[in-house]
Design a protein around this ligand. Sequence first.
Ligand code: FMN
Length: 339
Amino acid sequence: MTYAEILENARKYMNGNCKLCKVCNGEACRGTMPGPGGKATGDGFVRSYRKLQEIKVHMDTIYDESPIDTSCSLFGKTFKYPVFAAPIMGTYFQYGEQYNYHDYNRAVLNGCKDAGTLAFTFFDPNDEKALDEIVEIGGLGIPTVKPWPVDVMMKQFKEAEDKGIIAVATDVDGAGLALVQGGANPVGPKSAKQLEYLISNVKIPVLIKGVMTAAGAKKALDAGAYGIVVSTHGGRVQDQTPAPIEMLEEISNAVKGKIKIFIDGAVRTGNDVFKCLAMGADAVLIGRPYVLSVYGADKEGAAFYTNMIGSQLRETMMMTGAKNLSEINDKKLFIDKNF
Ligand SMILES: Cc1cc2nc3c(=O)[nH]c(=O)nc-3n(C[C@H](O)[C@H](O)[C@H](O)COP(=O)(O)O)c2cc1C
């Protein structure tokens, strides 16, 4: 199996919104929502991709050879790579009917688990069986709660805790997601107090997804979050934002070591993972390519994709002289003055 074959197979099950481009960079799907595109002009998604590609890595292969360790420790567990699948809502109407909520979650969760990592999932508050697939694999997944009214969020946080799930996340930036606005449970901004209330009422780690400023990161830290995801939701909640990678260093300078830092937004190769870690992230999330991997080869596709990105990361570490993740730093990057 190759990734190109997986994409070719995925094409059969797609509804046309996703063009299955050779490089998933947000150009062909600008504004395609429902679908995989960035909001409005689609600039947010496109910029995330372009800015990551502007960063280059320095080679250095003059060192004593030793095994390379790509593993990371998070949530009290060790994962094979610092690479996790991002939550994706509504695959059946955004990409194609082949995968509904449960089938997609089962495939991505199991594929990531088999490859030694884990997947985040959208947590549907209207589905009593929403967490079944995570429970089936011993709680190894991170359900992600939209910023619904606080009582709805609290119920979901508690349910995740009661069901023995490793951690829970909330995508606070979902406040800007047109696809879920105006329903019975309206989404909207959440105050630091509300977040603190939610976090302090569960014992499992909580991640705040959609943080894009140092000030926002400090608020998440003060609210007691285990970690943040520096993210613009793939450019789907606000047009014309900076790329997550452009904000990473500033955010890392503000909270590194006090809170775990995840990032997503057009991370497409092991090289890209390396760049994110070098600029301060502890781990990355990848979204759209996991959808294509699942549509093309179910859970084996998700496992294949994870291992592919993981081996690319290992190769970059070998070529830059980083034996483990703690040896990845910004001295190994070439960043143009105009970045
Ligand atoms: C179709 C689609 C649905 C998404 N649904 C969710 C969601 O329910 N919750 C969430 O936190 N993020 C959601 N996201 C955002 C992703 O989790 C991720 O932040 C984003 O896609 C950036 O990563 P990528 O460029 O690797 O896709 C969605 C993205 C897409 C494309």
